[in-house]
Design a protein around this ligand. Structure first.
Ligand SMILES: *Cc1c(COP(=O)(O)O)cnc(C)c1O
Length: 393
């Protein structure tokens, strides 16, 4: 059999199995009209699915900064940052990130995914333990797998379970790293960072927070270590420039020695091309905006809370609000009915979330119109009560 044919048969067979299990995914071309209006297959929607919490992907000043950087430095960086790809904008961005997060230094690389995938195996290895919240992002697990260290999973935000695992296992390992999302990407709740930091100290473990959904939107825009006016000194704070920051890229904020070691040994930084000047310049302009106006950074959370209050749910803790319906078919059907009203909400199903936990994941942006939020709340209430009635029949 020719090789191409066996390859196609293999992949087509895999797809058929996934299709049967309702697990086939599709990428749909989507045009952004502005920060929340999108066009898909000719239909215009108000989107409640993006992570562009501050609408900065479309901000005129940020576009201007990206264009100016492209004019000055070109469209690409042309090499790894360890070779000639570290255009001068990187230093400026790293200094700003370190200041925003209150750490000695920061390092920027290709994406949040690449940051976790590179940083974790750089810091821990076969003699070590990594203890991860069960709802942490997929790329933390990728980094953990690559590190070769012993992985323990603790129940979501369950500090007693975490302590139990540490008591039982800490002494069997050289170093121990606890990792959690700061703001959980599918549930929108926050990690108890203060308590985690205390536990980490108690058991001689390191703590890392993934603040992909925290930077720019909670803690006055400074992230989950700053919620409620605190300043929690988490030694490893990573995140992405691709969500509230509106650009692309990943970062780690940490002490001088940690960041220097990452610059020296982290494979996803060393063997991958530096971010484009436009991406870095956009991130700089975004951070300037957030620092200058923490009240603007508070808008997405306020809008999420307007919504949770309108539908009678507990107040949102972040701009991410899950409506957990459990059943995949019911969730897909609710999303389709909202689409008929030009409201785009993503249905999240297993394996992205656990079986029986299918949900609508609704995200709020500073750019959302209050009337659209009220409309979403009304239609959603109607759809859910209609579904309840039908189930009662
Ligand atoms: C999105 C996300 C990432 C990945 O960031 P990218 O820059 O999109 O690669 C990492 N961690 C969490 C918690 C995320 O939600």
């Amino acid at each position: 059999m020719p090789k191409q044919q066996s390859l196609d048969e293999f992949t087509a067979g895999k797809l058929r199995v996934l299709e049967k299990r309702n697990l086939r995914r599709h990428i749909v071309s989507t045009e952004m009209v502005d920060a929340v209006q999108v066009i898909r297959d000719g239909q215009q929607f108000v989107s409640f699915c993006g992570n562009d919490y501050l609408g900065l992907t479309q901000h005129p000043k940020i576009k201007e900064a990206a264009i100016a950087a492209t004019e000055k430095f070109g469209v690409g960086s042309g090499a790894s940052r360890l070779v000639t790809g570290s255009h001068p904008l990187f230093d400026e961005l790293e200094a700003k990130l370190a200041r925003l997060k209150g750490t000695e230094d920061a390092v920027v690389m290709g994406s949040g995914y690449l940051t976790n995938m590179g940083v974790l195996p750089t810091l821990i290895g076969a003699q070590d333990a990594i203890i991860v919240d069960e709802l942490s992002h997929a790329c933390i697990l990728t980094g953990s797998d690559l590190s070769g260290s012993r992985e323990y999973i603790y129940r979501h935000n369950d500090l007693d379970h975490l302590k139990e695992l540490l008591t039982e296992n800490r002494s069997n390992h050289r170093n121990c790293l606890i990792v959690t999302d700061g703001v959980f990407s599918m549930d929108g709740d926050l990690a108890p960072v203060k308590e985690l930091l205390e536990i980490a100290d108690m058991y001689d473990a390191w703590l890392m927070t993934d603040d992909a959904h925290g930077i720019g939107v909670v803690g006055g825009g400074r992230g989950s270590c700053f919620v409620g006016g605190q300043h929690l000194k988490v030694p490893l704070q990573m995140g992405t420039l691709s969500k509230a920051i509106g650009s692309y890229g990943g970062y780690l904020c940490a002490s001088g020695p940690v960041v220097d070691f990452i610059r020296t040994r982290c494979r996803t930084l060393i063997y991958s091309t530096g971010l484009s000047p436009a991406s870095v310049a956009a991130a700089i302009a975004a951070i300037d905006l957030i620092e200058a106006d923490p009240e603007f950074a508070a808008l997405p959370l306020r809008k999420a809370q307007d919504f949770t209050s309108a539908v009678g749910m507990p107040a949102a803790a972040s701009p991410i609000v899950p409506i957990i319906l459990g059943d995949t078919e019911r969730t897909m059907s609710a999303a389709r009915l909202l689409e008929e009203q030009d409201l785009l909400v993503v249905a999240i199903r297993p394996p992205t979330v656990p079986i029986g936990k299918a949900r609508l994941r609704i995200t709020f942006s500073a750019a959302h119109d209050d009337q659209d939020i009220a409309r979403l709340a009304d239609f959603l209430k109607q759809i859910l009560s209609q579904q309840e009635e039908n189930r009662g029949d």
